[in-house]
Design a protein around this ligand. Structure first.
Ligand code: BDR
Ligand code: CA
Length: 319
């Protein structure tokens, strides 16, 4: 197992992000790309919230929105789950994957686009892999080239799963785990150093509808993406705002003390129906670090300072 990739003091943490943008993925990517503490070495795009063609087009648009232009290699990860039929979350994120935000038509993805495997191979030293979608891309690399993952993934931080919190896709299951439970089982079985950031903590990271409304003039594109997300959460959960799950995984890398972890043995249900993708405590399961407590205020502050300044209340910006 490689050493945990702690950067030299003052140097940014090298990361690769596997993502399925996605409205909360969009905020997470913008936070990562606007944060000097992180060195985003590559973005691998997967199906999940949208089909991969849309998700890739969305990633390109998101990278274009970064204030200080960045050159970041984009790769194509998984196009469908390992075994299950492809299903996307257009109810949650809209048909494009970015709510009402204006995006160009999706193009065809050429087969020679770089994969997560190529992005990892290109790294001179171990990186932190952050997964913000289904784990299919990582499972495919683990199956094809496990040595590469052990050599280049020093640490894996995943927005996935839930232990005590209610599911968001079935009563029991979280969306990324539900999409491809076999991929999650592959990753758990490999016992790479995975840190799971699931609904137990991400459900507490909420952007209020009043904060989204304040974006209308200065950040109309993000406002258009987020107001769809707020409408969905109103219908689905009766919430006056939106849960921005993926932001927490990035904020944690910038400010690690926002989360407290427990070392737990976990497995994932490969059944169908309500249990599909349920992550549960299991004495025979894989040892995993699971985030069980969160301080939401610093996470929100990072987001409002670095991505959504127009949405912040003056009192909050000063807090
Ligand atoms: C996860 O599923 C997706 O809808 C979000 O982007 C997030 O990654 C939350 O369950
Ligand atoms: Ca996501």
């Amino acid at each position: 197992m490689p050493e945990s990739p702690l950067p030299a003091p003052g140097s940014p943490l090298p990361i690769i992000i596997d993502t399925d943008p996605g409205i909360d993925d969009c905020l997470a990517l913008l936070l990562a790309l606007n944060s000097p503490e992180l060195d985003v070495r590559g973005i691998s795009v997967s199906y999940g919230n949208a089909v991969v063609e849309n998700a890739y087009r969305n990633a390109v648009e998101i990278v274009r929105k970064v204030k200080h232009p960045v050159r970041v290699p984009l790769g194509i990860g998984a196009r469908r789950p390992l075994k299950r039929p492809l299903q996307v979350a257009d109810d949650t994120h809209g048909p494009s994957g970015l709510g009402y935000a204006d995006v160009p038509p999706a193009g065809v993805i050429l087969d020679y686009a770089r994969t997560l495997e190529r992005l990892l191979e290109a790294q001179a030293e171990p990186v932190t892999l952050v997964t913000l979608g289904p784990l299919t891309s990582l499972a495919l690399v683990l199956r094809a080239n496990p040595g590469l993952v052990r050599e280049k993934v020093g640490r894996h931080v995943a927005m996935i799963g839930n232990i005590e919190a209610a599911g968001n896709t079935t009563r029991f299951s979280e969306f990324n785990a539900w999409c491809d439970p076999e991929a999650l089982a592959t990753v758990l079985a490999a016992e790479i150093p995975t840190e799971m950031i699931g609904l137990d903590v991400t459900r507490k990271i909420v952007i209020r509808s009043s904060e989204v409304n304040r974006l209308a003039e200065q950040s109309p594109w993000l406002h258009d993406a987020l107001r769809f997300y707020v409408e969905f959460h109103k219908k689905q959960e009766g919430l006056d705002g939106a849960i921005i799950n993926d932001v927490l995984a990035i904020a944690y890398l910038i400010q690690p003390d926002v989360l407290t972890f427990s070392d737990l043995r976990l497995s994932v249900s490969l059944d169908d129906g309500q249990s599909r993708g349920r992550t549960k405590l299991d004495p025979k399961g894989s040892l995993t670090r699971v985030a069980m407590e969160v301080h939401p205020a610093p996470v929100r502050r990072l987001l409002f300072e670095r991505v959504l300044p127009a949405g912040a209340l003056v009192e909050e910006a000063m807090a």
